[in-house]
Design a binder for this molecule. Structure first.
Ligand code: P6P
Length: 338
């Protein structure tokens, strides 16, 4: 790799672009990097050790928790608590936000929200899964116990966001608001190396990602868009290709590189959509906008939605600008629920 640069070097280099940066965010990203390596090690041997399958409990979403869900949750929480930059963590796997009450953490200025292992039901069938994280500056006073308001901030207040994709290779992709950059893990060296600097998504794409098994209960506008994707119009590169892995991070990452749209609209089972605003949609929306794409709930910019509860769900449309705008126009033209 000609200009091999590690994630750590890149973070410090970019931090120097901000002369007033204290280095706390850089150190926080370093702790995420460490936790990602630990989780990656367990995922890569999941078939060999007793860490796959369900634990027999459910999370607040009512979803069966996988052993690796809880393992990843514990490792990322521990990594955050061990550093003095984070005063609290909200997680898909935790009913309430976890506040760290050691002085070390109470004086910290960031909170982090995360889905420690998204798509975990795919682990047992060896399909890629991911970690998603979102970082905010706290709004409560330094030195106090963080409050709900620290975690219920709109996505446009994020200071950083990213994901780890545990796939054919393991990558960490993040933004601090100055572009989106991808790093590929080299297990022989134990480092993440810069492999995709300043990623940009094509404004048009030919890939649409949606669980068409839910078609019958999709909103009318979404049904119209799916048929639009399937029309035989070679001059417009249609029909598009349908690709749906069932793992948000994997579908998102492929569409980011190739162009495309990921959609999780409201369905019969999830009338408000399935994906969670705070630790799935907001971080992915921040990343996508940094890559030149857009993200909405079908009508409104995801990053401008004012959260009301920790685990709230929203319909999610994210990807190439022209594709998201196209489905939004169908939703506007055909407002019927389904
Ligand atoms: P469905 C995984 O549970 C997840 O949150 C996303 O990673 C994925 O895109 C979606 O749900 C899959 O949901 O209902 O199509 O199985």
């Amino acid at each position: 790799m000609p200009n091999m640069k590690t994630l750590g070097e890149f973070i410090v280099e970019k931090q120097n672009d901000f002369p007033h940066a204290s280095g706390d965010l850089s150190s926080l990203l370093g702790s995420i990097k460490l936790a990602a390596k630990i989780v990656n090690r367990e995922i890569n041997k999941a078939g060999l050790v007793d860490i796959t399958g369900a634990v027999g409990s459910e999370n607040v979403q009512g979803e069966e928790q996988q052993k690796l869900d809880l393992y990843a949750n514990d490792k990322f929480k521990a990594a955050m608590e061990a550093r003095d930059q984070v005063c609290g963590v909200a997680s898909e796997e935790e009913d309430e936000a976890v506040t760290f009450n050691k002085d070390l953490n109470r004086n910290a200025k960031y909170v982090i929200l995360m889905d420690p292992l998204d798509g975990s039901s795919n682990i047992d069938v060896n399909v890629s899964v991911g970690t998603i994280f979102s970082i905010y500056r706290r709004v409560s006073p330094i030195g106090t116990t963080p409050t709900q308001e620290d975690f219920l901030q709109p996505g446009n207040q994020q200071v950083a966001a990213g994901y780890v994709i545990y796939g054919s290779s393991t990558m960490l992709v993040y933004t601090t608001g100055n572009g989106i950059h991808g790093f590929t893990y080299d297990p022989s060296l134990g480092v993440f190396c810069l492999s995709h600097e300043s990623m940009q998504i094509p404004e048009d794409g030919q890939i649409y990602s949606i669980n068409e098994g839910n078609y019958i209960r999709f909103p009318q506008g979404v049904k119209k868009y799916i048929k639009f994707c399937q029309e035989d119009v070679p001059a417009d590169n249609r029909p598009y290709t349908s690709r749906y892995i069932g793992s948000l991070v994997s579908d998102f990452h492929r569409n980011l590189l190739k162009g495309g749209i990921y959609m999780y609209p409201s369905t019969a089972m999830y009338p408000n959509g399935k994906l969670r605003l705070l630790y799935e949609c907001n971080p992915m929306a921040f990343l996508m906008e940094q890559a030149g794409g857009i993200a909405s709930d079908g009508k409104n910019r995801i990053l401008d939605i004012i959260p009301t509860e920790l685990h709230q769900r929203v319909p999610f449309f994210v990807g190439s600008t022209n594709m998201v705008k196209q489905v939004e126009s169908f939703i506007e033209e055909y407002p019927e629920q389904y």
